[in-house]
Design a protein around this ligand. Structure first.
Ligand SMILES: *Cc1c(COP(=O)(O)O)cnc(C)c1O
Length: 398
């Protein structure tokens, strides 16, 4: 169907003669290139009709009443906090065990991050430890669906509601993931909290190069996202462009330029068409890993809780304690197989050294230090999957 491409461009300059199996490869083909070309030639290249269409199609796909496209997921998360008026003096609960952007947006809004440890089974916020982190200053929870595995929203939402706290889902990795709520399988993004934020970075399941999306059921929040992403401008330029009468705009709030371009949105629309197939192919790779690695002594594989269906944005395995993470990764790299260590912990990075932390983050730290991410992407061949499994098996049996 689609030619395998981009492999050479992901080659590494590392010793050992380059990567044979990269950690991730986006699936981009002629359809995306044609769509970007058409957007360029249309003459409208900033946020315009392609962005509007991408938003409608994304909203329909996840079953959200509103979807607002932005420059990336980091800006989406920041706008989510801004639209909820979260700032100085407010506390936002989240996990340290996430890409650093999750914590950074809290700081950029002037609020205080409060880190809760993870459940080692799902690598997501441990909802049994949530209540102890809530104070009178808590205004929001950022629930991360880490690596595409849904966070336990059925446990989290009642606690948030009881305390009157807003819920933002960091769904950066989770386009195409599903969660069973009230007996139904529903797409992540519906949203289940107040706002869900997605990323279209090339490391995610669908990509626009850079890109983000906010979904919400709240029309007032959606209106705020649209104002804030475009300088607080009362009348978008698309409206002025199409108007037969002169319109003077106003700048009604302090906004930002967080727009997506029409070239990116045109690519995103093609990626959305592929999403079900991309997820199905990733599920097949994950199933193969589970079959080939399942009986290895001491290796912990990722498993879906009965209420979750991952899009398998990443495949994260936990090494037995007797193995050194870096050495295993180096041996795989020497075999031409790229891996990554477990998801980082923000509290171990310089901007967060000063966070006063009540809760121990032992499981978060263990996950960073003991887990490795294996290559997974839609066009990964069965042969390559087997090669990775065999190399990892050799490490465990060494
Ligand atoms: C990738 C990622 C982000 C940031 O997304 P960008 O689109 O690169 O800004 C935020 N949170 C998590 C959990 C991510 O994985």
């Amino acid at each position: 169907m689609v030619a395998i491409r981009a492999r050479a461009r992901f080659g590494s300059s590392s010793a050992g003669g380059g990567i044979v199996i990269p950690i991730a490869v986006p699936l981009l083909a002629e359809e995306e290139a044609d769509a970007a070309r058409a957007a360029v030639l249309s003459g409208w290249v900033s946020q315009g009709p392609q962005v509007a269409a991408f938003e409608r199609e994304f909203a329909a796909l996840v079953g959200a009443p509103h979807a607002c496209a932005v420059a990336n997921c980091t800006t989406a998360l920041q706008l989510a906090l801004a639209a909820l008026d979260i700032g100085a003096g407010d506390e936002v609960i989240t996990v340290s065990h996430s890409f650093i952007a999750t914590a950074n947006v809290i700081r950029h809004q002037g609020a205080t991050p409060v880190f809760v440890d993870i459940d080692p089974e799902t690598y997501n916020l441990d909802c049994t430890r949530l209540v102890e982190a809530i104070t009178e200053h808590t205004r929001a929870i950022i629930a991360v669906h880490q690596m595409g595995m849904p966070c336990d929203m059925a446990a989290l939402l009642p606690i948030a509601r009881r305390h009157g706290i807003a819920v933002i889902e960091d769904a950066a990795c989770a386009a195409g993931s599903q969660i069973r709520m009230n007996g139904e399988w529903e797409p992540i993004g519906k949203p289940h909290g107040d706002i869900a934020c997605f990323s279209f970075h090339p490391r995610k399941v669908i990509t626009t190069g850079e890109g983000g999306m906010l979904t919400t059921a709240n029309a007032e929040l959606d209106r705020k996202f649209r104002l804030l992403r475009q300088h607080g401008m009362s009348v978008p330029d698309t409206v002025r462009h199409n108007s037969s009468s002169v319109i003077f705009e106003e700048y009604v709030v302090l906004g930002y330029n967080y727009r997506m371009t029409d070239m990116q949105a045109a690519i995103g629309r093609k990626q959305l068409e592929r999403l079900p197939e991309l997820v199905a192919r990733r599920r097949a790779v994950a199933a193969k890993y589970a079959e080939q690695l399942g009986n290895l002594e001491g290796l912990r594989l990722p498993t879906e809780p009965t209420w979750a269906r991952s899009n398998w944005q990443s495949y994260c395995v936990r090494l037995p304690d007797r193995l050194d993470q870096r050495i295993v990764m180096q041996h795989l790299l020497d075999d031409g197989i790229a891996t990554r260590r477990g998801i980082m912990c923000a509290h171990r990075e310089a901007p967060y050294y000063d966070v006063t932390q009540d809760q121990d983050l032992r499981q978060s730290e263990l996950a960073q230090d003991r887990a490795i991410l294996l290559p997974i992407y839609a066009q990964m061949s069965a042969e390559d999957t087997s090669k990775v499994s065999a190399a990892l098996r050799a490490e465990l049996e060494r």
